[in-house]
Design a protein around this ligand. Structure first.
Ligand SMILES: [Zn+2]
Length: 228
């Protein structure tokens, strides 16, 4: 029984299966799939149905070259997804060190170990390290110490958060490892951790955060920090 409550949409799963997502989004998805057997199953189903659609294309109108190529493709064994492992073994793949703590990373991130920048401290007992993945969206590790909070904010674009370790809460729910949370400019929230409970997340932003409440609006220039 999975403890993951937040998953990518069907549309996102389909685009992932089609190789249609940009590199940074794909990394977020691959990492989620390492945690989530349900979504792995869905991807397999989508790929199977894509293969069936290919097979149903009539061979007749194609030139012989194309027919030969297509039949060659179709007779090749379908490459199995390299995502057969469950959470525990996957997470041995890479270790992220922060202060005196070590976090085991999904394999999808281990490949990008070299691209993890230095950690910096932000107000509110938050730390952040950028991951340079190319493209225009910005990926960051966000580490929230126990009993820390991020001021209430909304999103000018889309924010995707994948919980890697620990737990955080906001007005709507509580989020644990593997949870894949998509927020847009319609959502407003103030994430925080509880006493004695830290949280490591991976986030992907396509525009800076926009802080919405009281003094925190003074932080709006600082929100650019999340977007580097
Ligand atoms: Zn899932």
């Amino acid at each position: 029984m999975s403890n993951i409550h937040f998953h990518p949409s069907d549309d996102t799963l389909a685009r992932y299966a089609d190789g249609d997502l940009d590199p940074a989004f794909s990394i977020m998805m691959s990492a989620h799939l390492e945690y989530c057997s349900g979504c792995r199953q869905r991807i397999n189903e989508i790929e199977t149905s894509n293969t069936q659609i290919l097979e149903s294309i009539p061979a007749e109108p194609l030139t012989s070259d194309l027919t030969a190529m297509l039949s060659q493709i179709l007779t090749q064994p379908v490459e199995p997804l390299t995502l057969e492992l469950e959470v525990e073994p996957d997470l041995r793949a890479g270790v992220l060190k922060l202060d005196n703590k070590e976090f085991l990373l999904p394999r999808a991130l281990q490949r990008h170990n070299e691209e993890i920048g230095t950690w910096s401290r932000l107000p509110g007992k938050i730390q952040r390290a950028p991951v340079s993945t190319g493209g225009k969206s910005k990926m960051n590790f966000i580490y929230m110490e126990p009993d820390s909070s991020l001021p209430e904010h909304t999103h000018q674009g889309q924010e995707i958060t994948l919980v890697l370790s620990g737990k955080f809460v906001d007005e709507n729910a509580s989020y644990g490892p593997g949870d894949f949370i998509v927020q847009t400019d319609e959502h407003q929230h103030s994430p925080r951790t509880q006493v004695g409970q830290d949280c490591l997340c991976l986030t992907l932003l396509d525009a800076p955060l926009h802080f919405t409440s009281g003094m925190a609006t003074l932080l709006n220039p600082f929100s650019q920090l999340f977007f580097r």
